[in-house]
Design a protein around this ligand. Structure first.
Ligand SMILES: [Zn+2]
Length: 115
């Protein structure tokens, strides 16, 4: 790194998460749990970064920050969204077990399209 400061991977992740909140980044779903777009605020304002979710669970971005550190605010925006959706699925599954008479659908209802 240019200034000689070394960050651990965990520190880079928490910094990227803070940036995602500070910059109020939002993800737009292109393909469910596959491909998302996140609007750039700093690196190239107004353009969108493509964030991909790979089969092995890795989440990658096409910005320079990700290329360099394998972590970026766009990627973490999508990671947080996936965590939120997973938590919602668990909540739904729990409630379906408790209330089996509520409908036949085993798929949770998708509410907001863009988080
Ligand atoms: Zn990025």
């Amino acid at each position: 790194m240019a200034n000689g400061t070394k960050y651990t991977h965990d520190e880079l992740i928490s910094r990227a998460r803070e940036r995602a909140v500070e910059e109020n980044l939002h993800s737009f779903q292109v393909e469910r749990r596959r491909l998302y777009l996140v609007k750039s605020r700093k690196v190239a304002p107004g353009t969108y970064h493509m964030v991909r979710v790979h089969r092995n669970g890795q989440v990658t971005c096409d910005c320079r920050g990700w290329e360099r550190w394998s972590v970026c605010a766009h990627q973490q925006t999508v990671v947080k969204r996936l965590e939120r959706e997973a938590a919602r699925r668990r909540w739904w599954l729990g409630h379906q077990l408790e209330l089996p008479e509520l409908g036949e659908s085993h798929e949770p209802v998708e509410h907001a399209r863009a988080a």
